[in-house]
Design a binder for this molecule. Structure first.
Ligand code: MV4
Length: 513
């Protein structure tokens, strides 16, 4: 095993990797921007290296500085986390060229999956089902319209260099082709510096189901089952679960074997994810492979009992996977809610400020993977995802039921979060039945924003009252006016309402505190 690993990331995922290192007896080295000097990942690591100013381009994306730091501190390996440099072929190559170990796939596998047209060709050659469409870039609208006749409308134009939904355009009829192709090209050029666009038949109303794979450098490639990721908005996942209600054990075996073929064909090593669309008739189509650890990896960890980050490190150090495919079956149900600094009641507007108070959920079946603490400053330099709340229970109904409790326990003051939004989803009858697909959330939004779930309001008022009381005693916290909407929902709870009323009375009387 390595002696020292540099963690080239920030926030909850940096902490996740640091924790895995600590359990393996590996020293961890954090990197940080000027904005993150006081961040938890910096404090929790054994060492830390400053990278530069807050903007990612001057800090967390500076592969040259990160590699130089790793060499300087004597780290043998670099874990990239997700985002930032995790899927940059040049970075994986630079790490290898500098005789360090990249905790992730070889650069060749990142490249093979990075081009969506190359990935489709590779998938077809490996007998992996893909959505009907082209495997090379379109030349012009006339050609595109001719080819579209073969697959039938609606058609989806996609950026060859793409992924994550950028540069995609739906074409419903031949008359829309020319302008859609223009728009897709422009967006692709902007986002990826490459205007190559190809075509697929547009699948209507599918689920997004992805398969976790784990491969070692000795030729073993295993499937760790699926995650259901259909609850998303504008290509940002909000809730993920494992397993999926739409996947039987027979389908799991089949999709797992398919994902293993796709990954093996790319020469893949380490943890990766094959994304599929699963249509209403149970047909599945390979979309793309994410060549990194994903945000939602904990739901797979909870149902398989396999620590993915531990195995990423072990595999990178040359160890063999000790399990066989038959030994891997999901047990129970796990659900993850992403806690972002966004306000669902205001169109998911990013929320910034200081986390004035944070109460962290815990208790049976609860996991809290977070990069924030009381006092954290949330700005606009980085991704709004602050934390993940994950629950495990013996079955789906109990997992959905359980999620209510830690959501109610979670209290964040100072910034907006989708806490109440998640509570409303847990109450939603479609969600409770598992009747979800990739368009579900955006259609359902009007029902899911705007009202405070009653129990959540009571808790918010209780905490606000306690905070005011504490401020009264110590005088050490910044003053914050009570929120009248929180006060009114507290009326049904005597003790809470009393505490609140006292605080409100002091406020009204203009006490100095
Ligand atoms: C599709 C599709 C329907 N038909 N391809 C979106 C991001 C990228 N990973 C691929 N995406 C899609 N490809 C065909 N042929 C619908 C989507 C899609 C989607 C996929 C997964 C999760 C969320 C999504 C939201 C909108 C569209």
């Amino acid at each position: 095993m390595f002696h020292k690993v540099l963690v080239a990331n920030r926030g909850e995922i940096a902490l996740r990797v640091i924790r895995a290192c600590r359990e393996l007896g590996v020293r961890s080295v954090a990197v940080f921007s000027d904005a993150d000097a006081g961040a938890p990942h910096v404090r929790e690591a054994d060492e830390a290296v400053n990278l530069g100013p807050a903007p990612s381009a001057e800090s967390y994306l500076r592969g040259d500085k990160i590699v130089a730091a790793a060499k300087r501190v004597g780290a043998e390996a670099i874990h990239p986390g997700y985002g930032f440099l995790s899927e940059r072929e040049w970075f994986a190559r630079l790490v290898r060229d500098e005789e360090l170990t990249f905790v992730g796939p070889p650069p060749e596998a990142i490249a093979a999956m990075g081009s969506k047209t190359a990935a489709r060709q590779l998938a077809i050659a490996a007998n992996v089902p893909v959505v009907p469409g082209t495997t090379s870039a379109l030349s012009d609208a006339a050609e595109a319209t001719r080819i579209a006749e073969e697959f039938g409308y609606p058609i989806l134009l996609k950026a060859a260099a793409g992924g994550g939904g950028k540069g995609m355009r739906v074409v419903r009829e031949p008359g829309e082709m020319a302008s859609a192709l223009d728009a897709a090209r422009r967006e692709a050029k902007n986002a990826f510096g490459d205007d190559a666009v190809y075509m697929e038949k547009y699948i209507v109303g599918p689920r997004h189901v992805e398969i976790q794979v784990l491969g070692d450098s000795h030729g073993t490639m295993l499937s760790l089952g699926e995650r259901e990721c259909s609850v998303q908005r504008r290509h940002q996942k909000m809730i993920e679960e494992a397993p999926s209600v739409a996947v039987s054990s027979a389908l799991r075996r089949e999709m797992g074997a398919t994902a293993v073929r796709a990954a093996s064909a790319a020469g893949y090593v380490n943890a990766g994810t094959c994304e599929f669309l699963l249509d209403r008739d149970g047909r599945y189509y390979f979309l793309e492979m994410n060549t990194r650890l994903q945000v939602e990896h904990p739901v797979t960890e909870l149902v398989t009992g396999i620590d993915l980050v531990e195995w990423q490190l072990r595999i990178a150090a040359g160890e063999r996977l000790p399990f066989t495919q038959d030994a891997i079956t999901p047990r129970g149900w796990a659900i993850e809610c992403r806690i972002t600094s966004e306000d669902p009641d205001n169109g998911f507007l990013p929320s910034t400020g200081r986390v004035e108070y944070l109460h962290v959920p815990s208790g049976p079946g609860v996991r809290w993977d977070s990069g924030i603490e009381t006092g954290s400053e949330i700005g606009l330099h980085y991704d709004p995802m602050l934390a993940k709340l994950i629950v495990w229970a013996p079955d789906r109904e109990r997992a959905v039921g359980r999620m209510h409790r830690p959501l109610l326990e979670l209290t964040v003051h100072g910034i907006e979060t989708p806490r109440d939004f998640h509570l409303r989803v847990m109450e939603d009858e479609d969600f409770r039945r598992g009747a979800i697909e990739i368009q579900w959330l955006e259609r359902r939004l009007p029902l899911l924003v705007g009202t405070t779930p009653p129990a959540a309001g009571i808790r918010a008022a209780a905490v606000a009252a306690a905070l005011l009381a504490q401020r009264d005693r110590t005088g050490s916290l910044t003053r914050r006016s009570p929120d009248p909407s929180e006060a009114s929902s507290a009326q049904s709870d005597g003790a809470v309402a009393d505490g609140w009323k006292q605080a409100a009375r002091r406020e009204a009387m203009g006490d100095r505190w």
